[in-house]
Design a protein around this ligand. Sequence first.
Ligand SMILES: Cc1cc2nc3c(=O)[nH]c(=O)nc-3n(C[C@H](O)[C@H](O)[C@H](O)COP(=O)(O)O)c2cc1C
Length: 203
Amino acid sequence: MTNPNFSVAPISDMHVIGIPGSLRAGSYNRMLLRNAHRLAPKGMELSIYEIGSLPLYNADLDGERLPQVVADFKQALLGSAAILIATPEYNYGVPGVLKNAIDWASRPAGKSPLNGKPIAMMGATTGRWGTLRAQLQLRQIFLYTRSHVVMEPEVMVPQANMKFDETGTLIDEETSKYIQMLLEGLADLVILHRQAATQQSGS
Ligand SMILES: Cc1cc2nc3c(=O)[nH]c(=O)nc-3n(C[C@H](O)[C@H](O)[C@H](O)COP(=O)(O)O)c2cc1C
């Protein structure tokens, strides 16, 4: 299924960092990311980056000599074409671990690895609202970081405990289709960015 809002262009050499907003070993959101790897368009590679070892954000530690785990994280983001977030909703909002990772990645403001970065998001919850409120908060956060967020589809997976089989494979066809559309939208956004960068360097 292709996104009708964009022209189809070849996808190549597109490495996407997948960030789960949950540290739980059996996380449904990490499962979503693993399935996204399978559902991604040809030419898109997805690897999962774990954010649990990042220290709590402290501006005193944020400077030229970053903690190594933070430097590695920022380097990984810089080296990626795009970011895919899969997050639960905690108390109607973005889980602290994810917000913490975004805060580290967001500095220096205006010149951070998030600046101009194509980002797609999705979320799974055992609840009924499918992480809607957490995703809205993320969209607001990514305004400040000047990131470029895929507008639609909004991929929300309520009652996630019923959507995977015992091997972690997504068994819900509709959700699978939406993830495919989201990833195609992300690929189109990366291609637009690359085209704009080529035009700028040629002018
Ligand atoms: C601290 C905490 C707060 C939660 N708050 C919400 C919430 O506001 N809305 C919701 O739908 N589910 C909420 N949940 C349920 C989570 O969405 C559910 O546990 C989900 O499976 C967690 O994601 P994971 O499977 O990727 O770890 C909460 C869970 C925890 C542990």
